[in-house]
Design a protein around this ligand. Structure first.
Ligand SMILES: Cc1cc2nc3c(=O)[nH]c(=O)nc-3n(C[C@H](O)[C@H](O)[C@H](O)COP(=O)(O)OP(=O)(O)OC[C@H]3O[C@@H](n4cnc5c(N)ncnc54)[C@H](O)[C@@H]3O)c2cc1C
Length: 388
């Protein structure tokens, strides 16, 4: 078993490798894509070729066989370079549901191709217009029909569908009114988007971030029962176990983006002269940068704790939630401070600050809103009455 110290040593190599790759994709690359609302094809291809997106897949299926902590370090470095890790992070971890809960046949069928980069599984269909954060209230229904299921319903804000071959879909297989616990009766499917034709309709939603996200309508979509992951009715549990990994990884990329903002703010505060001195000489400028730095370091410690536990099989939802909460608040603060430090120049897109400011803002709301994180911790960690 690899020790924490050995893993940290390996992280240095990971950081250097990812930094070298990211150096080929400067701020101007991301700014241009953001302006055109285009997908970072070249960047994702480079990450894939170098094996960075398949690190969480075990070696026996052709992946890197690393853990969530290591994957987090990769995403952190992408964020720190000013890159938008959120555009491709899902290719790293969506397959985790197959890995943890899929059959041997499904693992053999999907994981080697995902590891090789020839199969993209980075669309994750959970959120619905009438359910929002209340996931067990979703109504997209998969009705059993012989060897198939027929799916009908609507999802919203489903990202990267246009850049995926498969979507991991959460649907009801038993109506909520007919189950004892509302978390029962939900199932997870792998939907082949290449064969869906007219049975899946997409309506792209323009947002303030460069993430291809969509309203998705399922109209009598046929999904083979062989594409259901695990047992029928247990899907909520499978999705939850993946969400803990997702929260640690999202926290990691936010920490990276936050430090990018700090790096830029420090450089600018040292070089910009106003009233005959560096603006960074003013406590009103330097203290907010220092505070944001401190908060990011604290978030990183919680990320490390949550990631190490996750990799040791001792997943604690509270820690993953706390890591996501602290990282999103700290990254948002760092981006805001970088905007203030840059004055009017922060608004100029070529500096990359306003883009990251928009990107990190999303994390206060998704993949889970910070209110829901606090509600969960209040109930499950502190023993307060359930509020939702
Ligand atoms: C760009 C983008 C990409 C996304 N990509 C995906 C994706 O790929 N797949 C996917 O499934 N989803 C995706 N989402 C959806 C995202 O996960 C949700 O937007 C998020 O979970 C919040 O759900 P909602 O928007 O319905 O907000 P709601 O649930 O309607 O909440 C609205 C507000 O009310 C607050 N609130 C609600 N209930 C409570 C309560 N009980 N206590 C306190 N506060 C409460 C929330 O915190 C929030 O601030 C994406 C969203 C965006 C914007």
């Amino acid at each position: 078993m690899t020790t924490v110290a050995e893993r940290q040593e390996n992280h240095q190599l990971i950081r250097e490798g990812v930094r070298d790759l990211c150096a080929k994709f400067p701020t101007s690359y991301w700014t241009e894509l953001d302006e055109k609302h285009e997908y970072p094809e070249e960047f994702v291809a480079a990450l894939t070729e170098n094996g960075w997106l398949s690190v969480l897949i075990p070696e026996e299926y052709g992946g890197g066989g690393l853990g969530v902590w290591d994957a987090g370090v990769i995403l952190e470095e992408i964020g720190r370079s000013g890159g938008a890790a959120a555009t491709c992070h899902a290719q790293m971890y969506t397959m985790g549901t197959v890995l943890r809960h899929g059959s041997d046949e499904q693992k053999q069928r999907f994981l080697p191709e995902i590891a090789a980069g020839c199969l993209r599984l980075q669309a994750f269909g959970v959120t619905e217009p009438d359910a929002g954060s209340d996931t067990t209230n979703i109504s997209t229904f998969a009705e059993r029909d012989g060897d198939n299921y027929i799916v009908r319903g609507r999802k919203i804000f489903i990202s990267r569908v246009q850049h995926s071959d498969f979507m991991l879909l959460l649907a009801r297989t038993t109506p909520r009114a007919e189950v004892t616990r509302k978390t029962d009766g939900l199932s997870v499917f792998l939907v082949d988007l290449r064969e869906a034709g007219e049975h899946i309709k997409l309506n792209r939603i323009k947002t303030m971030v460069n993430q291809v996200t969509n309203e998705v309508a399922f109209d009598d979509l046929v999904v083979p029962a062989a594409n259901r992951i695990g047992e029928e009715g247990s899907g909520f549990r499978y999705i939850l176990s993946g969400m803990n990994a997702e929260r640690v990884l999202v926290a990691s990329e936010l920490i990276g983006s936050g430090f990018f903002c700090i790096d830029r703010a420090v450089a600018y505060a040292n070089e910009r002269i106003v009233f005959g001195r560096q603006i960074g000489q003013n406590q009103g400028v330097q203290f907010p940068i220092a505070k944001a730095h401190v908060d990011l370091e604290a978030a990183r410690l919680m990320r490390d704790k949550a990631a190490i536990d996750y990799d040791q099989g001792a997943t604690k939802g509270a820690e993953a939630n706390m890591a996501k909460y602290l990282a999103s608040e700290a990254a948002w603060q760092a981006a805001n401070v970088a905007m203030n430090t840059h004055g009017g120049y922060g608004f100029a897109s070529e500096y990359g600050i306003e883009r990251v400011f928009r990107e990190v803002r999303l994390a206060l709301i998704g993949p889970v809103s910070n209110n829901l994180v606090l509600a969960n911790i209040a109930e499950h960690t502190l023993g307060l009455p359930r509020s939702y």
